[in-house]
Design a protein around this ligand. Sequence first.
Ligand code: IMP
Ligand code: MG
Length: 181
Amino acid sequence: MNQVIDRVLIPAADIQAKVVELGEEISADYEGENLLVVGILKGALVFMADLIRAIRIPIQIDFVAITSYGAATTSTGAVRILKDLEQAVEGRHILIVEDIVDTGLTLNYLTENLRSRGAASVKVCTLLDKPARRRVAIHTDYNGFDLPDEFVVGYGLDYAENYRHFPYVAVLRREVYAGTP
Ligand code: IMP
Ligand code: MG
């Protein structure tokens, strides 16, 4: 086992099985449509790469970068766009792909933003959800796994930009966080 990991919450094989399920569901729901899949950088990168290969309808992909976090493990509440979409939004069916919904502030902001720019529809697919931490009500259309209120890393998720490349979702050892605000 990895030196920094306390325990694995979701093994790689469970994630892969769920991704295939979500891809099937999305393909069925959008049958006959052309979908713009929008990943939220950087956390959704790994999930998005796997998910789009499980989708069987025509899609294009794009990315936005939004931040509501510094290096700390608690949200400041401030949401900021770092990189906007390159594709036109107007008239498009958009599926936002997110790694984890925590307070809901990021998705609340982005779904409203895309709707106000004339998207035909905006839905949300998140791999992970921490319902206990919600500060704004946000509807997710496709949801992989619910998690308890614990900070996790891996499969795209970071702690201070580290551990995104782990193929599983895990909780870090307490010592790793020691000394950070
Ligand atoms: P929200 O706006 O509070 O819902 O925050 C969502 C973002 O916070 C995610 O895209 C992640 O980047 C980050 N985040 C929330 N919880 C965790 C976690 O447990 N580990 C790593 N990043 C997290
Ligand atoms: Mg992050």
